[in-house]
Design a protein around this ligand. Structure first.
Ligand code: COI
Length: 341
């Protein structure tokens, strides 16, 4: 067998991984092209979100790469039917993927991790914005109302901050809070020794009753909420709730009631129920079809932002890069730290 023939045999045996990426923003394209080339993958992409009407775009590709679009079982079946074997979400959370349907179709699934700094910094920013009433301050300053009345705020020093969830992001929040000299309470089903000197683990109900600021750093949950009417009733009337995690953790109707009835002093949320049909789209000329979002937005003591906590230079690059590495691990049978299934 000649040398040339040998090389072409090897080339034929080399698996070319074909990835079709959905919901790709302009600022992600360069990273898909760069890391796709570096990893020898064939990459195609669209800005469209995945749906039954555009499954065919991924025909001929082994893998799809997605973000937070809510997948139905039917959509997973449709991708399986055209030969997709792996679903990779370039997000930390994967509560938008129906794992039973993916398993039933004998497909694999992966997610990513990225710098915890983006979300941790943002959570601290929201605490300070709420405590210093920045939403109202900016509106008043914009209207050239430079009076002070009603804008007196509170500092983080000496306040009790309750961190619910002490995974990587929760820990990064706790490390930052050290610098503010806050008292830190923590809750997690699986306490971590590494924060013992910085925070005190307490039962959730104690954290809820004693904290001035409650910040959530847990994955989304199915059925029921972690924070509902009972929890709001037990919070201090001066407390604020920060949610940069997932909307499913909180009963948002109960949150609105708690704000209306002054059971709590404020809230800052980066996530709302059914956000995937509004966030990341231009709805300037539309009536927003999400009453929870609209109601919260109308309140002076509630900050509502469109799921931006992750959105930094560092994290955007990590999300694309790690999603492609996760795919590569799957096809090369390597240990995959981002494996879901
Ligand atoms: C995640 O990575 O889980 C996020 O929440 C960010 C995503 C909305 C892009």
């Amino acid at each position: 067998m000649g040398f040339r023939h040998l090389i072409s045999c090897f080339e034929k045996r080399r698996i070319i991984v074909r990835v079709f990426a959905y919901s790709v923003r302009k600022d992600e394209e360069e990273f898909f092209l760069h890391y796709g080339k570096e990893l020898g993958m064939e990459i195609a992409m669209t800005s469209e979100t995945p749906g039954l009407d555009n499954v065919d775009l991924a025909k001929g590709f082994d893998t799809i790469n997605v973000i937070t679009t809510l997948f139905s079982d039917e959509l997973v079946d449709a991708f399986a039917n055209i030969g997709v074997r792996f679903i990779e979400t370039r997000t930390v959370g994967f509560d938008h993927l129906p794992l039973d349907a993916i398993r039933r179709n004998k497909m694999g699934a992966g997610h990513v991790t990225y710098s915890t700094d983006s979300v941790a910094d943002y959570a601290i920013m929201l605490m300070m914005m709420s405590l210093r009433k920045i939403k109202t301050a900016v509106k008043r300053a914009d209207a050239q109302d430079f009076t002070l009345m009603g804008l007196r705020g509170r500092g983080l020093k000496g306040l009790t901050v309750g961190v619910v969830g002490t995974g990587n992001i929760g820990k990064a929040v706790i490390r930052r809070l050290q610098g503010f000299e806050s008292r830190i309470l923590a809750y997690d089903l699986y306490p971590s020794k590494s924060i013992d000197t910085m925070a005190t683990y307490v039962p959730l109900q104690t954290l809820i009753a004693e904290s001035d600021v409650i910040t959530l750093h847990l994955p989304g949950i199915d059925g029921g909420h972690l924070i509902g009417a009972k929890e709001f009733q037990n919070m201090k009337p001066t407390s604020i709730l920060i949610n940069t995690a997932r909307a499913s953790l909180v009963d948002y109707e109960a949150l609105i009631k708690a704000l209306e009835e002054k059971q709590i002093a404020g809230a800052a949320v980066d996530v709302v129920p059914d956000e995937s049909s509004i966030f990341y789209f231009d709805h300037r000329f539309d009536v927003i079809d999400n009453r929870i979002y609209s109601h919260l937005k109308s309140m002076p003591n509630a900050i509502v932002l469109p799921h931006l906590a992750f959105y930094t230079d560092h994290a955007v690059e990590d999300m694309v890069k790690n999603s492609l590495l996760s795919i590569q691990n799957f096809y090369s049978n390597n240990e995959n730290p981002w494996k879901i299934l």
